[in-house]
Design a protein around this ligand. Sequence first.
Ligand code: HGY
Ligand code: MN
Ligand code: MN
Length: 427
Amino acid sequence: MRNRVTTRSARAMRVAGDRLLANIRSLGKIGATPDGGVSRLAFTSEDARGRELVRDLMIEAGLQTCVDSAANIIGHRPGERQDSPALMLGSHIDTVPNGGALDGAYGVLAAIEVARALNDHDTLLSHPLAIVAFNNEEGAFGTRGMWGAHAMVGALDESDLTAVDDRGRPVAELLFDMGGDAGHLDRAVWSADRVAAYLELHIEQGPVLESRSVQIGVVEAITGRSTLDITVRGKASHAGTTPMELRQDALVAAAQVILAVRDLAYPNGPVRVATVGSLSLAPNAWNVVPGVVTMQVDLRDVSDVAIRQATSRLRSEVLEIAMRTATAIEAENQYSVPAVSCDLGLRDVIAEASESLDLGHLTLPSGAGHDAQVIARIAPVGMIFVPSKGGISHTPEEYSAEDDLIAGANVLLQSVLAYDERYGRTF
Ligand code: HGY
Ligand code: MN
Ligand code: MN
């Protein structure tokens, strides 16, 4: 029989830092790229290998492990009160192309480490724990981001299921390859009464904590975001014989769209950041005036109103650019994820846990999107950040100091213990 934890013994509990760092290194080797990055996109063989490792680590941590129909990997740890809603911890293990080894993976591995630390201290929580590696957080191959989290809250729509990715592969097939089942996605849905709270530990991916020399970030809100697909149709023609005044150059028009997108962000526009992150052109030949350009626009702000304002301004500006350049420009909404505020009680618990560990902490918004902002539809959510060197992420240079990674995991452990004591312990 596991013993019940007293406040004193809980305060003394720590994760096994070396074990956590070793697991981060092991997972980071799966999909490692020559320049020190990691490419472990969802629905790839690297993703499959990463999943295998994570499932093994969950089993080693004594978790009852399963893969749901949305291909989320879930590890369950019983609580003293089996009927109580679960305390959910998690993040994602898929990466962007040539990204870093910490984005997402750190949160999943630290959550598993929390379970092992509780085992090492022979501790039974009142709440059951559910540890989740969400499927396809990064939206690989043009699919919706936070895919597994959307499935868990029942927010996928028909088009998500019938979609083919930008390689032409049906999402249903991709799901099957990862152990999911597009025919039974209802089974992946969790009702709100099953989750007491959700905590996600993540690298900040921005410069704030490092610039203030503070080890722990208590997230107050997670940015909303909207992506649009823009297609510019001009007319391909011979680069040598087509006079400038007769051209319908799709790339020249696209260049003006890109500058218009940039100006949607402060100080010229309503949103915090606006990016064109991907672009392709056809026929993409040096001696042909470009005929077609497609690009993806990413707009982010903690205010959904600001995002809507920016979207409608962009729509009217592309019409003017089309007229000026004798091209046709379509702007199609792709995916939108609303901004969410983190739960005040959980922010409190995280701040208290940081103080009990003598760690400095500050409150900040998240400029990156996270599974937490989707799980917020069924549960109160809290996020813990640790500093990112140079604020860099989504590139091989992504790095966080080892003692910050361990400190963050201890804050997650202490937050779990404090939450369980405050909201559920029966001594
Ligand atoms: O794009 C994001 O903010 C997240 O990393 N998916
Ligand atoms: Mn990411
Ligand atoms: Mn992430």
